[in-house]
Design a protein around this ligand. Structure first.
Ligand code: ZN
Length: 466
């Protein structure tokens, strides 16, 4: 047996909540004893704590030892057992190669000796490694079974992050965050985009559960999560009721799922089939008129009932109203005041980009503050105090932005009414509707004075945007 003078002792304790893993102190003690029995001189002890070699996480001390072996500073390795050194056969192969290149032939374990320089030694090592890998797989399978049992019992999962809307115990509802979830849900159900609601969430002074600023995917994931409806999911499937309270009802969850499914199906919104969809109001109740066809006749009607809430008292045949409004819009585009408006709008554009820049800047500062808080650089009260002026600033900019309408919609149409009139019939409905919406806010349709007969244009009361 060689007289080794600078042996490495390696010890590792793996993540093991049961506490059955051999403690590092005991491993080291046994390794020192073994080295002493052989008369080997120990150069250094390398210890990695609480990291599973199987999980693929880095082991700093292991890497330092390998580097020392590669550089010829070690002539032997002592470990308690091969599964302390590595739990994957491929890692052991790599380790054996490094040892071979460096001329390190002795790998001593307290439980068995392996000479990596002989075929027998490698064979033994492979068996040890294969055994260790199997043991790891068994452990993973046990954990998987346990996770499924937990899920089926409705218990919370073991993720490190606190779910938004709940306290760190993952069971108690956090009332402030829960209210934000419900408000976000109502906005989405009312037709607002998730992106827009995420922007709004960021102005509410409550970051995500990791202290980050709100992003569309984060908010979408929360709104779609079965958890907030009091359901437990496992590997992407709902497995049953959870033991915690829901923040929204099951009916509300279903409505949200419908809204998201509709968005996926249509890309964005349902394609327009009527020129004046959403632009006509009932002259009796002020409600929106809805497009509706009866047999072959296209109509706009005031609809009563819980889904629409109108009076049901107005019906108008679509084609004459559409023709009249299109003609009025195109005529209006050529009036002198439209030219003046466009000039004013162009000035607004410059102001608009300036405000957008300020908004981006303020939002970036908010994000920076949130990450400073998350990193522990500032305390929660400091973070809150610093947020206030920024939030105020963002609200002000938002308000100013909402008062500005850029020239984009008017560019290329103001002063071109005549020309657009000749091309009108050939344009698609989206383009026609965009031109109408650029100048018309809405139009009120008043009741017919007499029944039957020709359409009376006096029933249309346009409200122009400018
Ligand atoms: Zn009505």
């Amino acid at each position: 047996m060689d007289q080794l003078r600078s042996v490495a002792i390696y010890a590792r304790i793996s993540s093991d909540p049961s506490g059955q893993a051999l403690g590092v102190a005991r491993q080291l003690e046994d390794c020192r004893k073994l080295a002493a029995e052989r008369g080997w001189g120990v150069a250094e002890e390398y210890v990695d704590n609480d990291v599973s070699a199987y999980s693929g996480k880095t082991r700093p001390s292991y890497q330092r030892m390998v580097a020392d072996i590669e550089q010829g500073r070690r002539d032997g390795v002592v470990v308690y057992n091969l599964d302390r050194l590595t739990r994957r056969p491929v890692e052991l192969e790599q380790f054996a190669e490094i040892c071979e290149r460096a001329g390190v032939r002795q790998l001593a374990t307290v439980t068995a000796d392996v000479d990596l320089g002989t075929d027998d030694g490698m064979f033994m090592a492979r068996i040890f490694a294969a055994f260790a890998a199997k043991e790891s797989a068994r452990k993973s399978e046990r954990l998987r079974r346990k996770a499924r049992q937990n899920a089926e019992a409705g218990k919370p999962g073991g993720g490190a992050n606190r779910p938004f809307g709940y306290e760190p115990d993952k069971l108690t509802v956090n009332p402030v965050e829960a209210e934000l979830i419900r408000q976000a849900m109502r906005r989405v159900l009312a037709g607002e985009s998730v992106r827009s609601v995420a922007v709004w969430m960021d102005t509410q002074g409550v970051p995500t559960s990791t202290g980050a600023e709100w992003r569309t995917p984060t908010l979408r994931a929360i709104l779609l999560s079965p958890r907030i409806a009091g359901l437990r999911s496992h590997l992407g499937e709902v497995v049953g009721p959870a033991i915690w309270d829901g923040i929204i009802t099951l009916e509300e969850r279903q409505q949200l799922l419908n809204v998201f499914a509709a968005k996926v199906a249509t890309g964005r919104r349902t394609p327009r089939s009527y020129l004046l969809s959403g632009m006509l109001r009932c002259g009796k109740c002020g409600g929106r008129l809805f497009s509706s066809a009866r047999q072959l006749e296209r109509r706009y009607v005031c609809l009563s009932g819980p889904d629409h809430g109108g009076c049901g008292g107005i019906t108008v045949t679509a084609p004459p109203v559409e023709e009249w409004i299109a003609a009025a819009v195109l005529y209006r585009l050529d009036t002198p005041q439209m030219g003046d408006t466009l000039t004013g709008r162009r000035a607004d554009d410059a102001r608009h980009s300036e405000l957008l820049e300020q908004l981006t800047c303020a939002q970036a500062k908010m994000a920076e503050l949130a990450s400073m808080w998350a990193d522990g650089d500032i305390s929660r009260p400091e973070w809150k105090a610093a947020r206030e002026p920024l939030e105020h600033r963002i609200k002000t900019i938002d308000r100013q932005l909402s008062q500005i309408t850029g020239s984009t919609a008017l560019e290329g149409i103001v002063g071109h009414g005549q020309e657009l009139r000749t091309r009108w019939e050939g344009m698609n409905l989206q383009r026609q509707a965009a031109i109408v919406a650029a100048v018309l806010d809405h139009a009120v349709i008043t009741p017919a004075v007499k029944k039957g007969g020709k359409f009376d244009p006096n029933r249309i009361e346009p409200v122009w945007t400018l």
